[in-house]
Design a protein around this ligand. Structure first.
Ligand SMILES: Cc1cc2nc3c(=O)[nH]c(=O)nc-3n(C[C@H](O)[C@H](O)[C@H](O)COP(=O)(O)OP(=O)(O)OC[C@H]3O[C@@H](n4cnc5c(N)ncnc54)[C@H](O)[C@@H]3O)c2cc1C
Length: 308
């Protein structure tokens, strides 16, 4: 569909912003990525549903995006519609008992806002997620985690909008959470979640959060553009250590460099491209395989089309 047809299809049924040929490098923490055909920021559930239905009729693919902090978008950009959740940011208390508090968080809320909220109130359960960028939606879809804490441990249920616009509630046990994964597929939209945290002393929660933030800043290149860990840790092993032992720290292709602070982080040194990033991933994985025999698997999500 061209721009004019889109405008017509959405007129009167969509509240929010729609941009055409929007560069994804402006929406990813890596600062890499070609243009999305359409980049939509719906303001409410009806607009979200209507845009899904409009796409479906036009058989246009859609891709949800949170903070873009765990993805590599190819240089040719993304076909179809990228859906941003930035207008869905509510975090509020649903109910509480003597021991626990139950929170409602929308997919587009920043994960750090949730950590901050919990810390302010003395709610325990997500202290180890302090410092992880991105949204609550992204953290649930990829079961984000660190220091023994994982998003899955605090989820009660989530609401999901299916491609047809129908909303269903899914309990935690049906989400098949695993190491940096869940069963939520790319044609489902996670709208919000119910989260259960344990009441604790504020000072105790704050001290844990501060400790984890300090650890993170001491071991990861947090001020450089990256997408976090590039590869998953193989069972009982550290991907960063394997990459370091294979002599890859500081390796560079184009403007993509293996961080010398944490070898599992690849940094954009300026004008990095996705194709250089993927070549560096292949080269690093190949060297690790040669030295240790271990096959590394990507943790980051690689999406989009190659440059034509
Ligand atoms: C400096 C740095 C440090 C990091 N440290 C950690 C860490 O310690 N532990 C860790 O686990 N990760 C870490 N990460 C990776 C990343 O921050 C997390 O994986 C984060 O949870 C991703 O959230 P996001 O909103 O940015 O997701 P995105 O990158 O936007 O999306 C990730 C995936 O989820 C899907 N998705 C996002 N939102 C929705 C939605 N509402 N509905 C359906 N699908 C959706 C996307 O389509 C995509 O497939 C780090 C990243 C950086 C840059």
């Amino acid at each position: 569909m061209d721009e004019e047809t889109w405008q017509e299809a959405l007129s009167g049924i969509f509240k929010g912003e729609v941009r055409f040929m929007e560069l994804m490098k402006n929406h990813t923490s890596l600062r890499i990525g070609g243009p999305a055909d359409v980049f939509a920021i719906p303001q409410d559930l009806n607009s979200l549903r209507n845009i899904l239905i409009a796409f479906k009729e036009g058989e246009t693919p859609f891709s949800p995006i949170g903070g873009g902090t765990n993805m590599l978008v190819r240089d040719g950009g993304i076909e179809g519609v990228v859906i941003s959740f930035r207008a869905f940011r509510k975090v509020e208390t649903l109910r509480e008992d003597d021991e626990y508090v139950y929170l409602f968080a929308e997919a587009g809320a920043s994960l750090q806002r949730l950590v901050h909220f919990s810390r302010e109130h003395g709610y325990s359960g997500i202290e180890g997620l302090a410092g992880i960028p991105g949204t609550v939606g992204g953290a649930i879809c990829g079961n984000a985690g660190a220091y023994g804490y994982e998003m899955k441990d605090v989820i009660i249920s989530v609401s999901i909008m299916e491609a047809e616009g129908r909303i269903r509630t899914v309990n935690r046990d049906a989400l098949a959470f695993g190491y940096r994964r869940s069963s939520i597929t790319s044609d489902e939209l996670l709208l919000d979640a119910e989260i259960k945290l344990k009441k604790d002393r504020k000072e105790e929660v704050a001290a844990k959060v501060e400790n984890f933030v300090k650890k993170k800043w001491g071991s990861q290149p947090l001020s450089e553009p990256s997408a976090g860990c590039v590869f998953k840790n193989p069972p009982q092993l550290s991907a960063g250590k394997l990459i370091d032992e294979a002599g890859c720290k500081g390796m560079r292709i184009g403007d993509v460099e293996v961080s010398s602070i944490h070898a599992n982080f690849f940094i954009n040194r300026g004008e990095a491209t996705a194709s250089d990033f993927i070549r560096l991933m292949q080269e690093v994985a190949c060297r690790v395989k040669q030295i240790s025999g271990v096959v590394l698997e990507p943790e980051i999500r690689i999406i989009g089309r190659d440059e034509g």
